[in-house]
Design a protein around this ligand. Structure first.
Ligand code: URA
Length: 444
């Protein structure tokens, strides 16, 4: 069957056979399916969805576009290999940069395949690409050696690992086809399965800063991914998160790496980021069998954060993948900085009552920190930092955040967008609820 026949069938709402899906994905890998055809296919899937068996077939076909890592010769206890992922959220992806070294510091081996920025949400790989020398697409052998020496390592899809995701991801980013349960399932699960783990923890966000609008949508995505994990014989824990507010204080590439290092070294720790990081890491520790009790696992993670081991493992990961050996000690000396760095103030005094987090993510895209074309290079220095959280006091003398821009004109456009996205009230709002709102665990 020709690619256009498969697209037509999905366009007309038909259910595709696993063999058709496999053939289409194979064509992407072979270069026989064009970017235009990928865009048409993803839009047809976005509009018409996929059944559970189709989603499984898509995930497996995308995984099989490359190889699945075999750890048996690495001298690692394979039950300790646990993956982590975020389904996407404004400021949320940096949690991977915190969790992987922290889990490693607790004895987990964490091979992690992540992604780039996607539409209005950032991506781990853009963040890590801001570190000079860090190779986000190394050979599988280099990646496995980095996991063994540092305990965890984060890279993106490579020509070897989930290569179909690389192509589909870049097209979805710029064709308004991101928010699809089927496409997110395929993208995430192909990468998780290619890394060859023994279990996985995935945060599934909902709210204005996430691809899933409501907790019900997030639950559907979580069920979809856990079904694929179980089908592949792996236990999974899905944590549903509330992403109606900014996660942490920064978005951008270099700006989020600085926030990561500040967090790991204890220079600044946001309470919600700490909660989410410890919760995810504790689940990984339990899945790896290093603790049976979740509270004990959380206490272990908290102690490894406090004693600096997580920061040390981050440094080991950076060095193992080609970055500077002294990165954790002097991150700002190595990262690119924007030309214009200035605070933006609210026009009225009051308290942050809420925010349209998606709009804030789009302000970053406008600054040059997100893509408008597949494979477009982005500016890794731009971003927002020191973002005020719901409940914080702001005003003409109290900034909403600091904007890092390439020019005064881009700074002004982003400032207007940020001011419009933040709601301010005269009285303090109810405090934010917990960031993790539900847990779905499934064994194979
Ligand atoms: N993360 C991914 O890797 N893929 C998606 O589609 C969304 C989040």
């Amino acid at each position: 069957m020709q690619p256009q026949d498969i697209i037509r069938r999905k366009r007309d709402g038909e259910v595709l056979d696993a063999s058709d899906i496999a053939a289409f994905v194979r064509g992407i890998g072979d270069g026989e399916v064009s970017e235009g055809q990928i865009g048409a296919f993803t839009m047809a899937v976005y509009l018409n969805g996929m059944t559970a068996p189709e989603r499984v077939a898509l995930s497996l076909a995308m995984r099989d576009s490359g190889r699945v890592l075999d750890w048996s010769a690495m001298g690692i206890d394979e039950k300790l290999l646990i993956e982590k992922h975020s389904s996407g959220g404004v400021g949320d992806e940096k949690i991977t940069l915190l969790v992987i070294p922290l889990a490693a510091a607790c004895g987990v081996f964490a091979p992690n395949l992540s992604g780039w920025g996607l539409d209005y949400c950032g991506g781990e790989i853009d963040m890590l690409d801001s570190i000079p020398g860090y190779d986000t697409a190394p050979s599988s052998e280099t990646f496995m050696a980095a996991v063994k020496s540092a305990g965890g390592a984060i890279i993106g899809p490579t020509p070897d690992l989930a290569p179909a995701d690389r192509k589909i991801f870049k097209v979805r980013d710029v064709t308004a086809t991101v928010e699809s349960v089927a496409l997110i399932t395929g993208s995430i699960m192909s990468k998780k399965l290619a890394a060859g783990p023994r279990g996985m923890v995935i945060t599934v966000g909902s709210g204005s800063g996430a691809y899933m609008a409501t907790p019900d949508d997030a639950r559907e995505l979580a069920e979809s991914m856990s079904e694929v994990a179980s089908g592949a014989g792996l236990p999974s824990v899905m944590l549903l998160t509330d992403l109606n507010a900014f996660v942490g204080t920064a978005i951008g590439a270099a700006t989020e790496v600085i926030e990561t290092v500040d967090f790991l070294t204890g220079r600044h720790r946001d309470a919600r980021v700490t909660d989410l990081t410890l919760t995810v890491t504790a689940e990984m520790i339990v899945l790896a069998g290093l603790e049976t009790d979740i509270d004990a696992a959380r206490a272990l993670a908290a102690s490894r954060l406090k004693d600096g081991s997580a920061a040390r493992h981050f440094g080991l990961m950076v060095k193992a993948l080609g970055g500077p050996a002294d990165f954790v000690e002097r991150p700002a000396d190595h990262l690119p900085a924007a030309a214009v760095i200035k605070p933006v103030f609210a026009t009225e005094s009051g308290f942050v009552a809420g925010m349209n987090t998606r709009e804030i993510g789009l302000a970053l895209v406008g600054l040059g920190g997100g893509r408008k074309l597949p494979e477009e290079a982005i500016d890794l220095s731009v971003g927002l930092t020191d973002f005020r959280q719901v409940g914080d006091a702001v005003g003409p003398d109290r900034p909403l955040c600091t904007i890092h821009a390439r020019s005064e004109a881009e700074w002004e456009t982003a400032a207007a967008r940020v001011r419009a996205a933040v709601q301010i009230s005269d009285t303090p709002p109810a405090p934010l609820g917990p960031i993790v709102i539900e847990r779905i665990a499934r064994s194979p």
